[in-house]
Design a protein around this ligand. Structure first.
Ligand code: SF4
Length: 281
């Protein structure tokens, strides 16, 4: 796990020991971590109005000041597990807006982190694909930042596209993709280039896991996304000599280890020649 998710999980467990706690949304996009929290009696609510404990926790993805104020107005005590690197992105977006740039966020419009990044803005755009750039209206100054878990190459590509589409406009870009995401993407490219098959471990709704799948698929034709070892299928590894294994930043080590063991076991059953399983973290 990246430090942001690890610290958020630790904070949730600490507060769960101190008293009843509800987490607002998914603390991490990972079913096994969520099951461990549930076992401790931690409740999950998707909306602050449904919270039935006195204390509520905002996830590592963060929230806007407006959303925090609305939650506190319900009489709830708010514990923030917001990742420091998400806070960096919040400060970047606030600075762009304050300095008169039209904020453009590269990310998934409905993702909780993007809602947090845009929740205090009155005017902004969210883009994810080339077509979204074509749909932008002209502004004299664009200020671009991104969801922390986007692939940085894609973000830079979209910034270039904005510059080309609006040559008269000033386009300022603040790179808010977090370092754990960048490191993992770089390693994933190197790994995928050397692998016959790649297995990516992580929650289905985890953005950085999905971005890893897309990145690996550019360099390896056989890429599979699994949540746990039970998703692994023996036929995926037919004829493979090197299997690459990587994981999203919210995937616990024990889940990765179980997938690695399952892949190795599958290989022992289906191949006479040893397959290398390379784990990149
Ligand atoms: S993926 Fe990056 S921004 Fe998100 S919690 Fe981890 S370190 Fe923080």
């Amino acid at each position: 796990m990246c430090f942001g998710v690890r610290d958020a999980v630790a904070l949730a467990l600490e507060h769960a020991d101190a008293g009843p706690l509800t987490i607002l949304g998914d603390l991490v996009h990972n079913p096994s971590v969520l099951a461990a929290l549930e076992a401790k009696g931690v409740a999950v609510a998707q909306d602050a109005t449904h919270v039935q404990t006195p204390t509520v926790m905002v996830t590592a993805h963060g929230a806007s000041e407006r959303a925090l104020a609305r939650t506190r107005a319900l009489g709830l005590t708010v514990v923030e597990a917001t990742c420091p690197l998400v806070r960096v992105a919040h400060r970047a977006v606030a600075a762009l807006a304050r300095d008169g740039y039209h904020p453009v966020i590269v990310g998934q419009r409905d993702h909780v982190e993007v809602r947090g990044l845009t929740g205090d803005l009155d005017r902004f755009d969210v883009i994810l694909e080339d077509a979204d750039v074509l749909a932008l209206e002209e502004h004299p100054r664009f200020g671009v930042a991104s969801q922390t878990t986007q692939a940085v190459d894609k973000v830079r590509h979209l910034v270039d596209l904005i510059r080309r589409r609006f040559p008269e406009s000033e386009v300022r870009f603040i790179d808010t993709v977090c370092k754990p995401t960048k490191d993992r993407q770089t390693s994933a490219v190197e790994m995928a280039r050397q692998s016959d098959v790649v297995v990516v471990v992580g929650g289905r709704s985890s953005n950085n896991t999905r971005e890893l799948v897309k990145t690996c698929a550019r360099y390896c034709a056989r890429v599979h996304h699994v949540q746990t070892e039970t998703d692994v299928r023996p036929e995926w590894f037919d004829g493979a000599e090197v299997v690459g294994l990587t994981a999203g930043t919210s995937t616990p080590d024990d889940v990765i280890d179980a997938v690695e063991a399952q892949v190795s076991k599958t290989d022992a059953k289906t191949h006479s020649r040893a397959t290398d399983v390379e784990v990149w973290r």
